[in-house]
Design a binder for this molecule. Sequence first.
Ligand code: UDP
Length: 370
Amino acid sequence: MKILIVGAGFSGAVIAERLVNTLDCEALVIDERDHIGGNCHTARDRSTNVMVHTYGPHIFNTDNLEVWEYIQRFGEFHSFINRVKIVYKGQVYSMPINLHTINQFFGKTLNPREAREFVEGLSDKRIGEPKNFEEQAMKFIGKDLYKAFFYGYTKKQWGCEPSELPASILKRLPVRFNYNDNYYNNPIQGIPVNGYTSLFEKMLDHPKIKVQLNTRFDEGFDTSGFDHVFYSGPLDAFFNYKHGRLSYRTVFFERHETEGDYQGNPVINYSEETVPYTRVHEHKHFTPWEQHDKTVYFKEYSKETGEGDIPYYPKRLAADMEILAAYQQEAEKLKNHTFIGRLATYRYMDMHHVIAEALAAASEFAKNRG
Ligand code: UDP
């Protein structure tokens, strides 16, 4: 059996690895870029030798033990806790909002119980079930914390009013009434010691997997020799945009390097609209087990995805959801095709979600075809 896999990110790599190891098949993995790993790709910076997350910070975190067991087969991880800072009006706060943020912002020394009562008192009581990002914020943290830490950042990040965005985007972040400043809630958090690319190299290193880079999947690509296609590229591109384009935000980076330590933390967010970038990441802090005299950091900017830009964040506005439904109807009718991952299902997914779904898709396929 011959399998075509479009995209060498986590979806494609997991599917390829699982299928060749569980079925009698050969897999061709194609990717239009000149490297494997999709947006999780990492590479050593030529000038500083720091391991850089080429498409922005990726901190692996999960509560799924099956995913965790699986991914560790391809490389060692070091535990890594992401502690994000945020600059607002000349002060540095801790993010996500926790007791330190609340006490510092309001100039108080509240304990957890007092803080909870205090923040509940700030909530907009008129809101029942929050219908969007803004209502979610106004209901759970009130106007002042929302305006300081979310409004400007979100407008820069998404290019629209937070009231147009789904509440689910804000639900990604916890609000804590203790001093826990860990960015994530998941119990397992880490970074691969040798970078993400090394995981992909190991996953794809198999005599029955062939990887072809710089290869675009378009109408001209001949799929006739394949029994099945797993597609992890953008859904609208697969159908040549016939129902219109799904909207995405993309990010781009301004690179800087200097001696020593630039900002003393891996990620610092900037919530004010007057600062044009959303955050600054200094990548040597993602590998605290390495020593580097020089440092490289990136200012991250956000914009709408145009032709040729890399799609990052699915916006899922009302108009997008109509277009999505039209593509999904067509996709369901296609035999021998599976659409997987963030771009082909047009969902905001973390690495561990992508891996879990790819494992499930591979096992379902193997069960039916094995
Ligand atoms: N967000 C914000 N201020 C922050 C951090 C996040 O307003 O300091 C909002 C923003 O809209 C962002 C969303 O919360 O898109 C989710 O944040 P997360 O850190 O999960 O985004 P990611 O790491 O996926 O870019």
